[in-house]
Design a binder for this molecule. Structure first.
Ligand code: SAM
Length: 361
């Protein structure tokens, strides 16, 4: 649509009610700029620099000089924009103004901390979403075996992608490990486990558990390093394989799928749940962890809505609702489905394997 003729575009002057405001649309229009700014902040490692050089606060001049910005003015804009969304905090009222890291930035934007979120933020830098890219995604089905996630785990890109997913998973994996009742589980199989962060959090928190890791070979190599670093390799068995072409390994009484089903068309969810059913003993549990949509967009979390949009751009999948998962569970021989919120926008939905005759099959 091109806007060439003022009369065609605006028509007659209409009176907008005074209690209506275009500001929400303006803010949505601007969001990509804030996202880009956060990407710049991570790429330059501004938070790591401030933590080391100016833990009590840096001025815009110091920022400008260190990062080679063209003026103190733009450095001030950099600080105030990110202070506005909680990354920096202005210290006191002195002139020149000083900014220090917020608690959120200390925890999540400084490299070297366990909860560093920078790698995930960097995921969108080479794939930054433009209207053209999004429209192209809306018009082009990805097709069998071809989605961004699969491209990202090819060859030496597996390490990068696995670390990015790891940084998204640190917080919710700890919440799952602490909040979920694993007392009647003894062995967890994590399917498409990535870095193994969920499995490792669950094992660390629940000493009676052992774990089975399952993922493709290049990704498993990365996870091995994480397991060794966490001294958990003795409690974990590594199995490499392809869940489309192989059965899941047996021996676990609890099976975990984290950020897996949202990568694939809904028709494939049953296929994966059937595999889990076959691998589990009666009474075993299946757990799906995702950013789940609610029944309506108005009550869905912003995180789940935005992740759903990312799936439209990158894969043929969607974020599930708990009810959709419950249906898939019941169709495939699981019962007693329940759901619980974790952190970071994630929830877990789980159910128990029952005998085929007792299920709704
Ligand atoms: C979005 S990542 C999720 C990783 C991890 N569960 C997490 O939440 O951090 C998807 C994972 O599924 C794995 N995967 C994709 N296709 C697979 C297949 N056919 N067989 C086994 N694993 C697969 C990928 O290697 C990747 O680690």
């Amino acid at each position: 649509m091109s806007f060439l003729n003022p009369t065609d575009v605006f028509g007659e002057i209409t009176t907008v009610p005074l209690d209506e405001d275009v500001a929400p649309l303006f803010n949505i229009w601007q969001m990509h700029r804030m996202s880009a700014l956060l990407g710049v902040c991570v790429e330059l490692n501004v938070c790591g620099w401030m933590k080391k050089e100016y833990p009590r606060g840096s001025t815009a001049k110091q920022l400008q000089e260190h990062f080679n910005f063209h003026s103190e003015n733009v450095a001030e804009i950099f600080f105030t924009s990110l202070a506005g969304v909680g990354v920096f905090v202005q210290t006191g009222t002195e002139i020149p103004k000083k900014y220090k890291l917020s608690r959120m930035a200390e925890l999540f934007l400084v490299p070297g901390s366990e909860s560093f979120f920078g790698p995930f933020i960097q995921l969108s830098i080479p794939n930054f979403c433009t209207p053209g890219m999004l429209l192209n995604s809306l018009r082009t089905p990805r097709g069998e075996g071809s989605n961004l996630m699969m491209d990202l785990i090819q060859g030496n890109r597996a390490t990068q992608f696995t670390m990015k997913m790891h940084s998204l998973a640190v917080c919710p994996s700890k919440t799952l490990a602490e909040k979920f009742d694993f007392s009647d589980s003894s062995c967890i199989l994590d399917v498409g486990a990535g870095s193994g962060v969920y499995l490792m959090s669950c094992l660390r928190q629940n000493e009676h558990l052992t774990g089975m890791y399952f993922d493709l070979d290049p990704v498993a190599k990365v996870a091995n390093t994480f397991a060794e670093d966490n001294q958990l390799e003795d409690r974990m068995t590594f199995v490499t394989g392809d869940f489309w072409n192989e059965e899941l390994p047996s021996g676990a009484d609890t099976i975990l799928f984290v950020n897996i089903i949202h990568d694939w068309e809904q028709e494939k969810w049953d296929f994966l749940l059937q595999k889990a059913y076959r691998a589990l003993p009666v009474g075993g549990k299946v757990l799906v962890v995702e950013m789940m949509l609610a029944d309506s967009p108005a009550t869905s979390s912003q995180a789940s809505l935005l992740m759903n949009l990312a799936m439209a751009q990158w894969t043929d999948g969607v974020q599930p609702t708990p009810d959709q998962l419950f249906e898939v569970y019941h169709r495939n021989g699981f019962a007693q489905a329940q759901q619980m919120e974790l952190s970071g926008g994630f929830s877990v939905a789980w159910a128990k394997k029952v005998m085929p005759s007792a299920s709704s099959l």
